[in-house]
Every structure is written in C-alpha cells, then in structure tokens.
Design a protein around this ligand. Structure first.
Ligand code: ATP
Ligand code: MG
Length: 422
C-alpha cells in the first residue's frame, strides 16, 4: 500500500537548498553585526512555562488571548507554551542565572517563535526572530544605541525604504490615566468598535490602538493622545533620545498611535516599517521594558530591546536585483571514477584535506554520463580515475570551464594546479 504523503503544518515553512544559503548568509551578517556592538548570544528553550508569557506579555493581548501554542504535558501536568517571542525567556534566563550581578548585560538570541496567526505572506505560525536586549541600562543612550544598531544593519544589508517610527508610552501611572481617557472616548463610540476592541475596552483599551482593522482607522486616529499627558521623567527621556538620534543623523517619525502589542513596554517604543511588504509592514519592533525583570521575580532593573523578523528581512532582500543568483553553491572539484571506488574515495578525501570542496560521483555509469553530471554540478574541475590512471598511479585533471587541456598528474600536483587557478 502506498504510504500517505505528509505536508508541513500550515504556516510553518521548510527551508530547501537555494533558500537555506540565503538564511545562512543573513544569519552570518547578523552575527558579525552584533559582534561590532559587543552583544553576546544566549540560547533558551523553545518551550517555557505558560505563566511566563501570560505574566509578561499580558492577558488582554493578541498573543496571549489567541496566538499561543499552549498545552499540558501529559506526563506531569505542567502547563507549557511554545515561545511566541524571546524577551520574556531572555529576562527569565537573566534572572535565573543572576547575570545582572556581574553588571548590565547586552544580549542577543536568534531562533524560531510560534504564534497561531492566519498564515499569509510575511506572517507565519513558525517564524524566526533575532532579538537584542540591553538589560540593566536606564538609557536613553542605550535606546539610541539600539536604534543606531538597527539602522546600521539595514545599511549593511543594502535595505532601502525602511522607516523608523518612534513613540513614548510613558510610565505605568501615565498609562493608567491614559487608560481612563481612552475608555471614556471609546465608550462613546462602542457602535464602531469591533468585537475584540469592545472586549478590550474594559480590560486593556490601549490595545485598541494596535488594532489592524481598517474600519476603525478613523476612530483610532481621533483618539486622545498619551503624549498630551506625559509624565515629566518620560518626557525628558524621550527628548534626550530624540536629540541623540538627531545628532547621529537618524531620521524618524513620531507616531503617537504606536503602542506595540505586548504589555511589558514603557517609555520608548519603536518600529521599523517598510512600504515594500504589503500588510506585513513592520520588520523590527522594540522599546523599553523597565518593569519586566521585577515583574518576573528578579531585582528591579531597567531594560530595552528589539526583535526583528527574519522572514520579513529575507523578503526585503529578495527584492534586490540578482539576489537569488548569489546563492548557487558549487563544489570546486567533481571526482569521476570507474572500477576504482576505493581509490576514488581516498582521492576525494585527500582533496578535501587540502581544503577543496569535492563532489564525489556516486551511482556508476560511463565516463560520458559522468561528465554531464560533472558539468551540471558547476565544479571548475573534474578528476578522472580509470584503469589507465590506476595503472600509472596518476590522476587525470580536466578543466570544466574555459579552455585548457586535460593533464595527467600526481594527486598532489593536481591539487596544486586547482589551487593555483583559484
Ligand atoms: P505584527 O504587528 O506584524 O503582528 P508584532 O507587533 O506582533 O508584529 P513583535 O511581537 O513585535 O511583532 O515581533 C517583532 C517582529 O517579528 C515583527 O516586527 C515582525 O517582523 C516579526 N513577526 C511577528 N510576528 C510574525 C509572524 N507571525 N510571522 C513572521 N514574522 C513575524
Ligand atoms: Mg502580531
């Protein structure tokens, strides 16, 4: 009986050759970029206690209300969740390992996140983030550093048309006052609120501002602004940050409706947006979360960070001319052989020991059919090992691109010839 064919889970992507090289390129660029800022990598599990996310991200948020992959471990009854983001885990890790005892920490992570969203271009159920977190710094110079950092990455990757949207959401006291003002305003317009927003009116009216429902755009546009009733400390922080950005030539736009979709933020919030990706316009989002470490049981410590969406970055990179062509991967040498398997394997290993990338022919066939494979492999050279070569303990070296004659050489001479042509 023919076996059932499986498909990857909806909204979760495979990465196949041709694309995997693009991922590796982006990841390496990111690693180098982070090194230049002296941030250090952390790795934490893909699964965490559900309560970690509920307490940090907030109950009345899209993520916690409807996007988390939560389950009960049937073996011990633990409530677990596939991580929907990294900041909460990173804060947990910092607290658990007492990292702040050694002073402030600049950290980063990269890896898959999981959210049960409606899959569409740029929005997946398993997606990848690179997150950068500066913990123990009150800022605003660290806020500025993080923003300058992102700007440098776009520059490094040659991305154009990415724009910085900046806002401050003040202290928790400011937001508590603002909540009341928003409740008053939206309560007068309940007929124009969608179901989610009506529910949030009581619990978390700031979230209404984050709604992506186009029918509510006008209503949100005319809502009272937090900025008009900002606390003094946040105002000074925000002004300093803006000065630092201006003095460093970073352009931005103040967006008073920008609140971010997670509850742990305060003061600075920002997003980098692009008009080139349709509805999924944010490639990077972040801000300050001064209360989070204490909220998760750690000593109070200020913190600031951001996460960038790797799939969206790759989608932007794909729009660059000749992007995909850069990722053909070719061996340097193709080893052809007939009736000489053991020797051919040995020669291939010797070539690799000298640092060459070698495609070993497998599956037999005539030299005529092998040479077709060798050409298709994109290798620059073929090594041919037949009875003739074996008898003389020599190899034949054939250039596959350009002109030049086939040569009969010792293995070491052949290696030299290949390497000197690089
Ligand atoms: P969005 O408003 O697009 O839903 P978000 O505010 O929920 O984004 P964050 O939690 O701030 O996103 O995550 C940071 C970045 O991760 C986003 O700016 C985006 O680039 C990326 N991202 C978030 N959710 C997804 C997803 N489901 N698929 C792909 N990328 C995502
Ligand atoms: Mg979202």
């Amino acid at each position: 009986m023919k076996g059932e064919q499986f498909q990857a889970v909806r909204g979760m992507n495979d990465v196949i050759p041709g694309v995997s090289e693009q991922w590796a390129f982006l990841e390496e660029e990111i690693r180098q970029w982070l090194r230049a800022y002296a941030y250090r990598e952390v790795r934490f599990p893909v699964v965490e206690p559900t309560a970690l996310f509920v307490r940090s991200i907030g109950t009345a948020t899209d993520i916690v209300e409807k996007e988390m992959y939560s389950f009960v471990d049937s073996l011990n009854g633990e409530a677990l969740t596939l991580r929907p983001e990294g900041t909460a885990s990173c804060a947990r890790l910092v607290i658990q390992h007492h990292l702040l005892y050694d002073g402030p920490q600049r950290l980063w992570y990269m890896g898959p996140m999981f959210r049960h969203e409606r899959p569409q271009k740029g929005r997946y159920r398993q997606f990848h983030q690179c997150g950068v977190e500066a913990m123990g710094f009150a800022g605003p110079e660290v806020d500025a550093e993080l923003i300058l950092m992102t700007a440098r990455l776009w520059q490094r990757l040659g991305l154009k048309e990415v724009f910085l949207h900046l806002n401050t959401i003040g202290s928790s006291a400011t937001r508590a006052r603002y909540r009341t003002r928003l409740q008053t305003y939206f309560s007068a317009h309940t007929d124009r609120l969608d179901e989610d927003s009506r529910r949030r009116l009581g619990t978390n009216p700031l979230r209404i501002l984050d709604s992506k429902n186009p029918a509510m755009t006008d209503l949100i546009e005319n809502a009272p602004r937090l900025m008009d009733d900002l606390d003094e400390e946040s105002r000074i922080h925000f002004e300093k940050l803006q000065r630092l950005l201006q003095q460093n030539g970073v352009e931005y736009q103040i967006d008073t409706r920008l609140v971010r979709g997670l509850d742990y933020y305060n003061a600075t919030v920002f997003e980098w947006m692009t008009p080139l990706l349709g509805a999924q316009s944010t490639i990077c989002g972040g801000g300050r979360y001064d209360g989070l470490l204490e909220q998760l049981g750690g000593k109070p410590a200020p913190a600031c960070g951001f996460a960038l969406g790797m799939e969206r970055l790759l989608a932007l990179l794909e729009q660059q001319p000749h992007w995909a062509q850069r990722f053909g991967v070719h061996p340097e040498v193709y080893v052809m052989h007939q009736h000489q398997e053991a020797w051919a394997l040995c020669v291939a290993e010797t070539l690799r020991s000298s640092g060459l990338a070698v495609h070993f022919h497998a599956g037999g066939g005539t030299f005529k059919s092998q040479i077709k494979r060798a050409d298709a492999s994109g290798a620059g050279w073929a090594i041919i090992l037949g009875e003739e070569e074996a008898a003389h303990q020599k190899v034949s070296l054939k250039p596959l691109r350009g002109q030049g004659d086939q040569l009969t050489l010792d293995v070491m001479e052949a290696i030299q010839q290949i390497k000197s042509s690089e």
